[in-house]
Design a protein around this ligand. Structure first.
Ligand code: FAD
Length: 477
């Protein structure tokens, strides 16, 4: 076994999770990364001030906190501290109003007034099944649920959708559905709202102390400790480059895998990958500011994540426009001020602000002014606190990370069809028609987010198929 080698192409959370699992099983693992540093969607950078780290991609980690892979890997045991804001997310509305999802379900329901009981009926029962629901939705989406009761309760709620009467509760719920990108009001948007929404009252929506790159570093340290090697700044462009490896794992988008392997893939599979659809893009804006964001409603300043989408009707309209390729006048924007929960991110009073807008796929509008105006609407005076800013348009995101096709940070739209066939209809979604070649990115189940499960499940599948091995222990001890 010690002579067996595996190549992993891409060092996002899924590539790193695959490599951890393979290296701990005794394989010699070599990781290839197009960028000069590891991490993919977990990268951080001191964009303006050498003492202040900005999360270039992901910032908030409900899925890492709930993921079976990360629970066993034990981030805390490796010194990664997940900081949980007392308000998981907030949704400001015009006139200084705001709806708040406290970590405490009771506090949330109390603040929602007449809709409080409906919020409790929606999320309370799901919290009782949170572990089995997390395992179900962060899986290959082919295994039966361990708690059928929890799954049925979830399904009935997803079919019903938004049950609220007040503008506040309805907006609060729909803002979470916005994480589905482009499809807030259908079954997929409802399911995302229920999954992430109930975690907000359970494991919480945590931020790693110091930034997301600490998660990537913990994974990389474990890989190195088990003999793995990194080849950075090496974009694999042809499968032939990896001819010596009996096992190859692609933490790349379906499109990049197609481009690298096209000449070897059967025609029908290649055509399926070519038809895989991508979602609206993210246009990212990073700010260095001199003060906390001056939200009109000061309670919003206690939230780890802030959704700027206005009313439910406005969010549905804006997301539909982005899906059809039109940039609306008030796109959905997500904002995070990590200093709310992590004082290490504030240096000499200066702090990072992370934000991105949902825009049409491939849109090349510079995002800083757009995002600044959206924040300003609910936090008048924000512009005066900006010391420096940088924007990456949706179109430009793809050159930063080839997985983000047209700026789609999910590496493929989350439609019902593409959840079942991600990226193609196969019983084992991580296998490809090429022997020993696996796909393990967010273009496979369970889809986008920092959970590492695609990588872990792809590695587990390969260990079972090629060596009849069960996945190894991932524990730090
Ligand atoms: C702005 C933004 C905000 C986000 N916010 C959150 C958040 O708060 N919480 C959350 O859970 N998720 C968030 N996400 C999504 C999350 O980052 C991704 O879903 C996740 O990183 C996907 O992991 P992955 O391993 O599949 O791919 P990635 O993390 O995208 O990594 C893929 C890696 O493969 C490399 N690569 C691609 N092709 C090649 C090649 N041919 N050769 C060599 N290397 C290659 C890339 O350079 C990249 O490093 C966000 C993403 C973005 C961009």
């Amino acid at each position: 076994m010690s002579e067996e080698q595996a190549a992993v192409v891409g060092t996002g959370p899924n590539g790193l999770a695959a490599a951890v699992t393979l290296a701990r099983a005794g394989l010699r693992v070599v990781l290839y990364e197009a960028a000069p540093e590891i991490g993919g969607g977990l990268r951080g950078e001191a964009l303006f001030d050498s003492a202040i780290n900005h999360d270039v991609c992901s910032a908030v980690h409900p899925m890492a906190a709930a993921s079976p892979f990360f629970r066993e890997f034990d981030l805390a045991g490796r010194g990664v501290e997940l900081l949980r804001p007392s308000i998981s997310y907030a949704h400001p509305l015009d006139g200084g109003r705001a709806a708040l999802a406290h970590r405490s379900l009771d506090a949330t329901c109390a603040a929602l007034g007449a809709d409080g009981p409906a919020w409790r009926r929606l999320f309370g029962p799901l919290l009782r099944h949170t572990e089995s629901l997390s395992s179900l939705f962060l899986s290959d989406l082919r295994s039966p649920p361990s708690s059928p009761v929890g799954a049925v309760q979830f399904g009935l709620r997803a079919l019903r959708g938004d049950p609220f009467r007040s503008e506040e509760a309805s907006a609060l719920f729909t803002g979470v559905a916005g994480h589905a990108v482009g499809t807030v009001s259908g079954l997929v948007g409802n399911a995302v709202a229920l999954m992430l929404g109930h975690l907000a009252h359970g494991t919480g929506w945590p931020l790693p102390r110091g930034g997301s790159a600490s998660i990537a570093q913990a994974l990389a340290d474990d890989i190195t400790a088990h003999g793995g090697e990194f080849r950075l700044g090496h974009r694999v462009t042809d499968l032939g480059e990896l001819a010596g490896f009996p096992l190859i794992f692609f933490d790349t988008s379906a499109r990049e895998f197609l481009s690298v392997s096209r000449r070897l893939l059967p025609y029908r599979y290649a055509r399926t990958l070519a038809r895989f659809r991508y979602a609206p893009g993210a246009a990212k804006a990073d700010f260095l500011v001199s003060e906390p964001i001056p939200w009109a409603n000061p309670e919003v300043g206690r939230a780890g994540t802030v959704h700027l989408g206005g009313t439910r009707a406005s969010m549905i309209r804006q997301e539909e426009m982005a899906s059809r390729g039109t940039l609306g006048d008030s796109p959905f924007v997500l904002v995070v001020d990590p200093g709310v929960v992590d004082s290490s991110r504030i240096v000499n009073g200066k702090r990072p602000v992370w934000a991105y807008a949902h825009v049409p796929n491939g849109d090349d509008t510079p995002p800083v002014d757009l995002v600044r105006a959206r924040i300003e609407r609910y936090a008048s005076g924000f512009s005066d606190t900006i010391i420096e800013a940088r924007g990456i348009s949706a179109a430009a995101y793809e050159s930063y990370n080839p997985n983000y096709v047209g700026g789609d940070i999910g590496a493929g739209a989350m439609t019902l069809r593409q959840i079942a066939a991600r990226p193609a209809l196969r019983w084992d979604p991580y296998t490809t028609p090429l022997h020993g070649v696996y796909l393990c990115s967010a273009s496979t189940p369970p889809g986008p987010g920092v959970h590492g499960m695609s990588g872990y499940l792809a590695a587990a599948s390969a260990l079972r198929r090629h060596f009849k091995l069960r996945p190894p222990s991932l524990s730090p001890r």
